[in-house]
Design a protein around this ligand. Structure first.
Ligand code: PMP
Length: 513
């Protein structure tokens, strides 16, 4: 019997032990009838508490993989074996299930899932969805800003043109791709329907590009901080991720150049407008340099642009794609931030050749985006209503941003700082020195406010632990200020504890060595 436990994993120790014993019984490594050490012996051997072994054995017994007999100790039972010595008359049915209660997930998972402790966004969304919680954690629109006119009367259209409910081309309906081209044209991107793929959200585009280009060990360059599901997608593919720091003008292109020269990356991932999480937009000089470098080193740029329509001051520069002379830019955008995330509809704009190759991979995931969502978006995006709606949400979100900033001005403890984004969904806050975002997040949630810690947005969690991201589009307008007040009160005890610790260490006398 061979058991390794890893105390740094989130999986409880008794589960780790039970799962390994399960796997060894099923594989035959531990034979039928094998006599297990007593709870105390195994606890001593593994350096764990006796209760841990007790719980592991309890689980294995419940799964029918272990049996205990007075005088014979605890022995292994192979799944499927009948247990002749159960002591009961043969009723024709096994007296316990001869197989585990559920598949041994930990044993079956891929190496990726076994070894990566993923940041679980659902945990934060669950908190955010709880009644009475004020959520600044999610990255979604407000229910009040979903455009009803996009959905009104759509059933008539769907019923009249029923053939369009059956199936769509992998890249999306041609008529929708034409509408997307006109939409892109208004942003100075001139493209053809053959250069568009309709996606089930732009996250799918990140996934497709990753599958298409990244082998384990390939280098991907990201800005730091970055959109954490993109980091996770690159990690899943086994990429070696390298981060370029950002300042108020976007990614540092000098550092980028050094990385390009040294590591021959496969991809540069960037959000040039209203970056998620830090709200920054890339300056024109940096854009020009970035495109020049991508051209010189022959590296594709994945431009992720969900927010550029949501500007609250001057209209931002057109996408990088509009400046792309030789097809280095693969452009992604989405209806999630402007119409509704539930539509699951986004798009990619790239060279015809690439779109055609990607269609082959896309067929293996979801075939094509929802026919219903495509028709809703085609009708709405192609109408004047879309521009009116955009004007409305710009006003609405500007007001919410300002309410949040005003509340921070009023309630923020010393040391808390934040940006004033000119568009997008988020405020990016730097916490006072020594306040850990991960702990603050838990405390704020307990007090009814959900925020997103910066931890997953950096490659090393420590770096992100000094930041939180606050979304102002989702929470009801009249609850934003109250939520900020609660959040700021939750920060204060951490500051007080930090000061106390500093006072204690300042009073310590160091021996003179
Ligand atoms: N990229 C960025 C930068 C985002 O912020 C988001 C949404 N949070 C996405 C991609 C994914 O959006 P979608 O809903 O279209 O998949």
């Amino acid at each position: 019997m061979n058991i390794h436990i890893d105390k740094s994993k989130k999986i409880p120790l008794y589960r780790q032990i039970a799962e390994q014993i399960q796997a060894q019984i099923v594989s035959g490594e531990i034979p039928e009838g094998f006599r297990f050490p007593s709870e105390r012996q195994l606890a001593d051997a593994l350096g764990v508490n006796r209760t841990t072994i007790l719980n592991a054995y309890k689980e294995l017994k419940a799964d029918g993989l272990m049996d205990s007999h007075v005088g014979r100790g605890t022995t292994a039972v192979r799944p499927g074996s009948s247990r002749p010595d159960s002591g009961r008359p043969d009723s024709g049915r096994p007296d316990r299930r001869p197989y585990p209660r559920e598949p041994m997930w930990e044993y079956l998972f891929s190496d990726y899932l076994k070894h990566h402790d993923n940041f679980d966004v659902n945990k934060y969304l669950e908190i955010a969805n709880q009644k009475d919680v004020i959520s600044f954690a999610a990255g979604i629109a407000s229910v009040d800003t979903i455009p009803a006119q996009a959905f009104e009367g759509i059933e008539d259209q769907l019923i009249t043109g029923r053939e369009r409910l059956l199936v769509s081309p992998v890249t999306g309906f041609y008529s929708l791709r034409k509408v997307i081209c006109s939409y892109m044209q208004k942003r100075s991107c001139f493209c053809q329907p053959s250069e568009i793929m309709v996606l089930s959200g732009s996250q799918q585009g990140i996934d497709l590009i990753t599958r298409a280009f990244i082998n384990p060990g390939d280098v991907v360059i990201i800005e730091e901080p970055s959109f954490f599901p993109a980091i996770q997608a690159f990690r899943l593919a086994g990429a070696k991720i390298m981060a370029v720091p950002m300042d108020g003008d976007g990614m540092n292109v000098e550092i980028l150049e050094q990385l390009l020269a040294r590591y021959q990356p496969k991809l540069i991932y960037t959000m040039p407008v209203f970056h998620n999480p830090c709200g920054v937009s890339m300056s024109m000089d940096r854009r020009i340099r970035l495109l020049e470098l991508a051209g010189r080193y022959g590296i594709p740029i994945l431009e992720d642009d969900p927010y550029s329509e949501l500007y609250y001051e001057a209209q931002p520069m057109s996408p990088l794609k509009s400046m792309d002379q030789d097809g280095h830019v693969i452009y992604l955008s989405t209806c999630s931030k402007t119409i509704s995330p539930g539509l699951r509809l986004g798009w990619m704009c790239a060279s015809r050749k690439l779109i055609s190759r990607l269609s082959g991979i896309r067929q293996l995931t979801d075939l094509h985006s929802s026919c219903i969502s495509q028709q809703i978006v085609e009708r709405f995006m192609g109408s004047r209503d879309m521009e009116h709606h955009l004007a409305f949400i710009r006003r609405e979100y500007r007001e919410r941003r300002d309410i949040m900033i005003e509340a921070l001005n009023r309630y923020a403890p010393p040391g808390l700082s934040w940006n004033r984004p000119e568009g997008g969904y988020y405020l990016w806050c730097r916490l006072p020195e020594g306040v850990p975002a991960s702990e603050l997040t838990a405390k704020a949630a307990a007090e009814g406010v959900a925020v997103l810690p910066g931890v997953p947005t950096y490659l090393s969690p420590q770096k992100g632990d000094g930041h939180i991201r606050l979304n102002y589009t989702y929470p009801p307008k009249d609850r934003i200020a109250g939520g900020i007040e609660i959040l700021c009160s939750a920060i204060r005890p951490f500051i007080a504890a930090q000061k106390e610790e500093e006072a204690v260490t300042a009073g310590e006398i160091n021996p003179i060595l």
